[in-house]
Ligand binder design. Structure first.
Ligand SMILES: Cc1cc2nc3c(=O)[nH]c(=O)nc-3n(C[C@H](O)[C@H](O)[C@H](O)COP(=O)(O)OP(=O)(O)OC[C@H]3O[C@@H](n4cnc5c(N)ncnc54)[C@H](O)[C@@H]3O)c2cc1C
Ligand code: FES
Length: 310
């Protein structure tokens, strides 16, 4: 059911499904790491199975608070496609480890993420969520999708992309522009290469500087945006990247006169509670954990802090 709270209206983003059964606001749901693998030199893939019998409803773009024993919690985007209520996709297509799992891609940067990287398949973690507002996939139906990603912040877009692929007939053209520093830094590179070969999605990858063995495009992601055949009246742009990238992608989109309420951004902020209580994630008057992390550009364009480097 649609969430009509002020926060949802401000965000212009998807409604929020209920919390997964078995947790309370402050007590995470126990969950097993059922599959773990190295994705890049700095990031690992985890398939997580919460210990609940209820379906895992969520929207692409939502996140969980992942608790790692003896280390603490970190907000992490869900990288898989939803298969719960609201999705008519076959449940097994959502996560490679099974319909009762969700997937994440995590960079090791500090206490929590380092401890997570040291864990093995079968180990126990905790999850709270799903939190925040995701991408309004129902609203996107029938439209063209332009996805622009940079670095690790590809994770929420991968969830959206998987959803689009599972419901491919519901959407028009899908174009993914994905930039990384080096060829090794692309998340889910094998999937992107397969998609590019299949031709159903226009996938364009770029790296910042020339690298040995790379025959593809070189330059920041905006260099892929100079001459796009966009049907602006039916295009939704979804941008996920480091804060510095947003400014330049918005300038590039501006040339096509894409309306600010057709541009969606996922903003990352330092978070503690994920519940709109501690204020850690506040941007001007908004709590990113509750009103976001997905916002329309129209909703945040006047908030200078939204695009500040963390
Ligand atoms: C909504 C949301 C979704 C996220 N999704 C993912 C994801 O899918 N995969 C992933 O790897 N990371 C993701 N992050 C970032 C992740 O939450 C942080 O990297 C993590 O909290 C760091 O915790 P730590 O204890 O390992 O590191 P800490 O010891 O807390 O910090 C280590 C370093 O990382 C910096 N840092 C901490 N939090 C952030 C942040 N939010 N953004 C930028 N720098 C930060 C710190 O300043 C410090 O320099 C997400 C963050 C948010 C808010
Ligand atoms: S993380 Fe506490 S208010 Fe958002």
């Amino acid at each position: 059911m649609a969430d009509t709270t002020t926060a949802a209206a401000i965000a212009g983003a998807a409604p929020r499904p209920a919390l997964w059964q078995g947790q309370t606001e402050h007590v995470p749901l126990p969950a097993r790491l059922v599959r773990v693998r190295q994705l890049t030199p700095h990031e690992k893939y985890f398939a997580v199975r919460p210990e609940t019998d209820a379906p895992l409803a969520y929207y692409p773009g939502q996140f969980v608070q992942l608790w790692v024993p003896l280390a603490g919690e970190a907000p992490i985007s869900i990288a898989s496609a939803p298969a719960g209520p609201g999705s008519d996709a076959p449940p097994s297509a959502a996560c490679e480890a099974g319909p009762d799992c969700f997937e994440i891609a995590v960079r090791s940067v500090g206490n929590v993420t380092r401890a997570l990287h040291a864990m093995r398949e079968g180990d126990l973690v905790g999850v709270r969520g799903p939190y925040g507002h995701g991408f309004p996939v129902e609203e996107f139906r029938g439209g063209d999708l332009l996805l622009v990603a940079g670095g690790i912040v590809f994770a929420p877009l991968r969830s959206l992309l998987r959803h689009l692929l599972l419901h491919r007939g519901d959407f028009g053209s899908v174009r993914l522009l994905y930039g990384a520093r080096t060829p090794e830094d692309f998340l889910f590179r094998d999937e992107m290469d397969a998609l590019a070969r299949e031709g159903d999605v226009d996938v364009q990858l770029t790296i910042d500087r020339p690298a040995a063995g790379w025959a593809g495009h070189v330059g920041v992601v905006t260099t892929l945006m100079a001459d796009l055949p966009l049907r602006v009246w039916r295009t939704w742009a979804v941008v996920c990247g480091p804060p510095v990238m947003y400014k330049y992608v918005i300038i590039a989109l501006d040339k096509y006169r894409l309306a600010p309420d057709r541009i969606f951004l996922s903003l990352e902020r330092r978070m503690e509670c994920g519940l709109g209580k501690c204020g850690h994630c506040q941007i001007n008057s908004q709590y990113v954990c509750k009103s976001g992390p997905v916002f329309t550009y129209a909703a945040v364009r006047h908030l200078p802090e939204a695009f500040a480097t963390l």
